[in-house]
Design a protein around this ligand. Structure first.
Ligand code: COA
Length: 481
């Protein structure tokens, strides 16, 4: 695929590689060096060596095939570098440099647009470029911005600042990203092509997009409609008020349409809309890791009564239902819990719950046919709770029904949160955010009902039950012997 050049090039040249620690051209080189396994060519006419690599005065002097050129020179020097890249038939370029339409230099941007058309693929200008496990070109130093582990969220952003801070948060929680692209002024590659690319990318399970503008509404809807049949898309549109729209113009030089137009387009395209940055983050991790919620009936299992109430309120406010549990479920739960625990929805295992009590309750509730998803609230600070709660919640995935977890706390809890996230369970610090995440899964469930109405929950459920029974048998045999 054409855009592969931005993520898995054979070699990378960096024009504007700097000798000065802390400068953008220096940090980009450090980032590339720490991730990219192929040849790297720093370009700087003032240097013969930078950061232990041979430096070249210009692209022509490299005399080796170049798969991608990253450009980080002052705006006025960009055009001649691009001309040289085109002459050398380099397939793709990323322009980090600012100083185009966003600063009023419309002419310079138009000139660049005409120059590259059909001759080279271009990301930017005024962007951060791309990030994935095999190529990191971000100019945020690694000791200031953590990089996410390899994962399944494909993330595109028109704003480098919004993108990089969300990435830092994602990384802190242990959530993984498959591919990231900041595309800035988008004079060539824009959101349409990137979404289409991520739609076909096998390592991406959900697409998250921060958008300030959409270049071609009709095409956007057409592309997204096809993708959402296979994987969810969550998008946040910025610039919804008159002032916000004005700010979009001076940020990337683009004009934005009214908020309602975007909301309608998102609905038509089957996109789950995030209304805030927090939702973009929260929804993308749940959509990338959990199956859709095919019905709005869920259960809450908690070891903290107050959290259970908050989760119940928030779930209902988000259009979900907390049905009564089946008689057999209540009976099985009661047999498994002390008398003072509450065997109805929300199920309150109380503050002396341990992993085993959670495991039993989850197994029983998951089998209830009226329950289609579970919010599991496990407050890890209580004295009886073991670290194995992480494995218990991970194993809940085997039931084939979507789960989201709530864990709130400082260092100790965060250690467990990161482990759980690494197993593909989305964890939220607050019940309200978990309920909203469930709502996002329901929204995607409805999208699938609309675009791809095939109900697939039965088979994985049976498979999960078999797996759990097999595990229980094994454990019983081990106990006997
Ligand atoms: N070819 C190769 N190297 C060149 C060059 C050229 N045509 N012109 C300059 N250089 C070298 C310089 O010598 C310097 O190296 P040195 O530090 O070893 O001397 C390096 O490239 C950088 O050039 P410099 O003139 O020092 O620029 P700068 O670092 O001050 O600024 C940018 C360059 C790209 C960072 C700046 O113009 C810019 O656009 N900043 C904003 C970036 C941004 O926010 N992007 C959007 C993010 S979302």
């Amino acid at each position: 695929m054409e855009l592969d050049a931005f993520f898995i090039p054979k070699s990378v040249a960096l024009v504007g590689a700097s000798r000065t620690p802390g400068k953008i051209g220096y940090v980009i080189l450090e980032s590339i060096k720490s991730s990219f396994k192929g040849p790297i060519y720093p370009i700087n006419p003032q240097a013969t060596e930078i950061a232990g690599l041979i430096a070249y005065p210009n692209l022509t002097e490299v005399k080796q095939p170049i798969g991608l050129v990253v450009i980080a020179v002052p705006g006025e020097a960009v055009k001649s570098v691009v001309e040289e890249a085109i002459k050398l038939k380099i397939p793709a370029a990323v322009i980090i440099s600012a100083g185009f339409k966003e600063t009023g230099n419309k002419e310079g941007e138009e000139e660049l647009k005409r120059l590259v058309k059909g001759k080279i693929r271009l990301l930017g200008p005024n962007c951060l470029g791309t990030f994935c496990k095999d190529l990191d070109m971000l100019f945020l130093p690694r000791d200031r911005m953590k990089r996410p582990v390899d994962g399944s969220i494909g993330f595109i952003t028109q704003s480098g600042a919004v993108g990089s801070t969300i990435m830092d948060d994602i990384a802190f929680e242990g959530v993984g990203v498959s591919k990231f692209a900041s595309y800035g002024n988008a004079i060539d590659v824009n959101e349409l092509e990137l979404i289409d690319y991520l739609g076909k990318d096998l390592s991406t399970r959900a697409i998250a997009a921060y958008l300030e503008t959409i270049h071609d509404g009709v095409k956007f809807i057409e592309i997204c409609k096809k993708i959402v049949k296979i994987k969810p898309i969550v998008a946040l549109k910025a610039g919804k008020t008159a002032k916000g729209t004005e700010a979009v113009l001076s940020h990337t030089g683009a004009l934005a349409a009214p908020a309602e137009v975007y909301a309608a387009a998102f609905r038509q395209a089957g996109i789950v809309e995030a209304k805030t940055t927090e939702e973009l983050f929260d929804f993308s991790k749940v959509l990338a890791s959990q199956p859709p919620l095919r019905d709005n009936k869920i259960a809450i299992i908690t070891d903290g009564g107050g959290f259970g109430i908050l989760a119940a309120d928030a779930s209902i406010q988000n259009g979900l239902e907390l049905p009564e549990l089946a008689k057999e479920t209540v009976k099985a739960l009661a047999a498994h819990m002390p008398e003072y625990a509450i065997a109805k929805n929300p199920v309150d295992l109380t503050g002396d719950a341990n992993s085993e009590r959670f495991a039993g309750a989850i197994a029983v509730v998951a089998k209830d046919p009226s329950i289609h998803g579970m919010i599991i609230i496990a407050l890890a600070q209580v004295p009886n709770m073991e670290e194995s709660i992480v494995d218990v919640i991970r194993d809940a995935k085997m039931h084939g029904k979507p789960i989201v977890a709530v864990m709130n706390g400082s260092e100790y809890t965060m250690k467990l949160v990161r482990r759980l996230e690494s197993f593909g369970v989305p964890v939220y610090p607050f019940a309200e955010r978990a309920a909203k995440a469930m709502f996002a899964l329901r929204e995607y469930g409805k999208v699938l009902d609309r675009f791809a109405p095939v109900h697939v929950t039965k088979a994985p459920e049976r498979k999960a039950e078999k797996l759990i029974a097999k595990k229980a048998n094994k454990a019983a045999k081990k106990k006997k012997s």
